[in-house]
Design a protein around this ligand. Structure first.
Ligand SMILES: Nc1ncnc2c1ncn2[C@@H]1O[C@H](COP(=O)(O)OP(=O)(O)O)[C@@H](O)[C@H]1O
Ligand SMILES: [Mg+2]
Length: 232
């Protein structure tokens, strides 16, 4: 199993009040698969993938990614883990505004062990023509394509996407989902994607439904469909 989560818990303390956000999450995902996490706002989706990606820590439980027991890593090792294994895509792109498209990708490529060629990934996301543009000169869909290029340039083993189409219209969303599906196929990248849009989960091998920090349903999707056929 490429990704395995057992009895994961997480709570936050604010002003002496403890809120438990994840209450015993169990999950499995094989190498090369696409997983989709569905659930209402506030159910713990972002907290869960931030812990998987090593940008947050759990209170208890096991997070196993590609043979690495993430929950046991110290801060330095966690940074290495993130750098070497994980690509992140967020709803609001998070590009660096005063760097060009090419430079935004270079920042990540420079700190990666065995990065892909920058022009190759820009071609893969169909943004090579805009390599010297700045983020503000791009549409939302184009910015998301750049953020995908930035996430895949390090050739990550696991691509984590937090509502990657949340800020995009339907047809642009479809283009982004097609692109993610192509990256999964061409590079064999395992993808775990959060969405609050149920139809999008049809393109996933596994669908996890989360409510109040618990996986209430975990489905193996045998009738996976290509992104271009998603209707919503
Ligand atoms: N850093 C934090 N400090 C305190 N509470 C937090 C923090 N991050 C998230 N929460 C709380 O945890 C719950 C789940 O948040 P989140 O994982 O972002 O949910 P989702 O992504 O499903 O909308 C929410 O109630 C949120 O307010
Ligand atoms: Mg969220």
């Amino acid at each position: 199993m490429f990704l395995k989560i057992e009895n994961l818990t997480k709570s936050y303390n604010t002003n002496d009040i403890t809120t438990s956000v994840l209450n015993g999450i169990e999950m499995n995902l094989d190498k090369g698969e696409i997983g989709a996490i569905l659930g209402p706002s506030g159910s713990g989706k972002s907290t869960l993938i931030n812990i998987i990606g090593g940008i947050d820590r759990c209170d208890s439980g096991i997070v196993l990614v590609n043979g690495i027991e993430v929950n046991k890593l110290n801060d330095n090792k966690l940074t290495d883990y993130r750098r070497e294994n994980i690509g992140f895509i967020f709803q609001f792109y998070n590009l660096i505004p005063n760097l060009t498209v090419g430079e935004n990708i270079e920042v990540v490529s420079n700190i990666s062990k065995s990065p892909l060629n920058i022009d190759e990934v820009l071609k893969a996301v169909n943004m090579i023509d805009k390599k010297h543009r700045f983020p503000k000169e791009l549409s939302g869909g184009e910015q998301q394509r750049v953020s995908i290029a930035r996430a895949i340039v390090k050739n990550p083993k696991l691509l984590l996407c937090d509502e990657p189409t949340g800020a995009l219209d339907f047809s642009t969303s479809r283009e982004i989902l097609k692109l993610l599906q192509r990256i999964n196929k061409d590079y064999g990248t395992t993808i775990l994607m959060i969405t609050h849009n149920t139809p999008i989960s049809a393109m996933a091998n596994r669908i996890y439904k989360i409510r109040s920090g618990k996986i209430v349903e975990s489905i193996v999707n045998k009738t996976m469909i290509p992104a271009e056929r998603i209707e919503w």
